[in-house]
Design a binder for this molecule. Structure first.
Ligand code: TTP
Ligand code: MG
Length: 375
């Protein structure tokens, strides 16, 4: 690919990705903060969660302990040497999991597109602003407040137009901080950072980069794609974009895909077209209410009919994009019914569902249109 083409492509990608609003939320010193919360004698003290034995390692350390240089994955023996006052706590995973569920429930109040990375962090795609809050930064602040109120723990959040930048941003003002990287600011933000702060660049890659003279985002951006491919293989494209503040990955929810719907067995079998149409309207109302309540999004509408001989028939139609509103849902459902009329025999049950559910944030292929939410 010549460089002019490549430039044009990356601009397109940046434009498309610029339509997203992504929040990365990450709890502060998670395990250690939970231990401090639950044991007042630990307040303000250097705490390490992990085994204190000869072979133990530190899972995480409180910020008081970090001041001494104690870090995650450090041998406990070394941590104790760096910080003689260090208090070791055994991990209580059941408690961490419970907190994790609490924060996840809060996230889901603002978007169905939640991708947890671990117990204490997640990406959220809030492009659609389903609560009408008005800005992604405001959503992030509300989430942080609610986490504090519900768990008595602090979280940091990063807000940006892609996952890569949002994660860097959440790290920027830790603990209990917020950072927003607006469209147009990504490349400059990344340029000054050491590459070891990039998600996906572990200690080994960082060493390799150092040997190649790559210490910062700017150094990385100076290398062309062919160079990166020859040294970093399948990671090259990601790195090439990351160095420019570009990241095309979608937020992928971990929820299993399922359908939302409902069915109704009629008190009396229905055989006439008009009666079936009337029944369909009622089914649409019930099912749509469920879809809205659950914040579900899907692109496949399925109509199911069961006849008096208990044979079932289903008809489905998938739209290229998520069903946008009730009117569209209604229209597809009606078309599905019209296509099977007249019916071979009376119907005893009718069902309607929406599936291909997302979880996953939609492709940012089309701009959300006027009134786009600000950062
Ligand atoms: P992190 O979010 O990486 O770290 P943290 O929450 O302790 O601190 P902060 O985000 O404020 O920098 O990891 C979340 C939890 O995962 C952490 O509390 C303990 C656990 N963990 C390990 O068990 N081993 C590790 O090597 C790391 C990095 C984390
Ligand atoms: Mg954390």
């Amino acid at each position: 690919m010549d460089s002019a083409r490549r430039h044009a492509d990356s601009e397109d990608e940046e434009t498309a990705a610029g339509f997203r609003k992504i929040i990365h939320v990450d709890m502060d010193a998670f395990f250690a903060s939970v231990e401090q919360r639950d044991d007042p004698s630990l307040w303000g003290r250097p705490v390490a969660v992990g085994g204190s034995s000869d072979r133990g390692v530190v899972a995480t350390a409180s910020y008081e302990a970090r001041a001494f240089g104690v870090r995650s994955a450090m041998p406990s023996v070394r941590a104790a040497r760096l910080c003689p006052e260090l208090i070791f706590c055994r991990p209580r995973f059941d408690v961490y999991k419970a907190v994790s569920q609490q924060i996840r429930a809060i996230f889901l109040d603002y978007t169905p597109h939640v991708e947890p990375l671990s117990l204490d962090e997640a990406y959220l795609d809030v492009t659609a602003d389903i609560r009408g809050i008005g800005s992604a930064s405001r959503i992030a602040e509300l989430i942080r407040q609610r986490i504090r109120a519900a768990t008595a723990l602090t979280a940091s959040a990063g807000v940006s137009y892609n996952k890569f930048l949002a994660k860097l941003a959440s790290d920027e003002n830790k603990p209990d901080g917020l950072c927003v990287i607006r469209p147009g600011e990504g490349a400059a933000f990344v340029a000054r950072l050491p590459v070891k702060r990039f998600h996906g660049v572990g200690p080994r890659s960082a060493e390799k980069m150092a040997a190649l003279g790559i210490a910062t985002g700017a150094d990385l951006a100076a290398k062309d794609l062919a160079f990166l491919r020859s040294h970093f293989g399948s990671q090259a494209d990601y790195l090439y974009r990351a160095a420019r503040g570009i990241d095309l990955r979608r937020v992928r929810a971990d929820r299993p895909r399922k359908s939302v719907g409902g069915e109704r067995t009629f008190a009396r079998d229905i055989s006439s077209g008009p009666a079936l149409r009337a029944a369909l309207e009622q089914t649409i109302d019930t099912v749509w209410e469920r879809i809205e309540r659950g914040g579900a999004q899907g692109r496949t509408v399925t109509l199911k009919l069961k006849f008096i001989d208990f044979q079932a028939m289903t008809r489905a139609r998938s739209l290229p994009a998520f069903v946008a509103d009730k009117r569209q849902f209604e229209q597809v459902a009606r078309e599905l019914l019209e296509a099977v009329l007249p019916l071979p025999q009376p119907v005893r049950l009718m069902g309607l569902s929406l599936s291909g559910l997302a979880g996953d944030a939609p492709e940012p292929s089309s701009p959300p249109g006027q009134g786009e939410m600000p950062f």
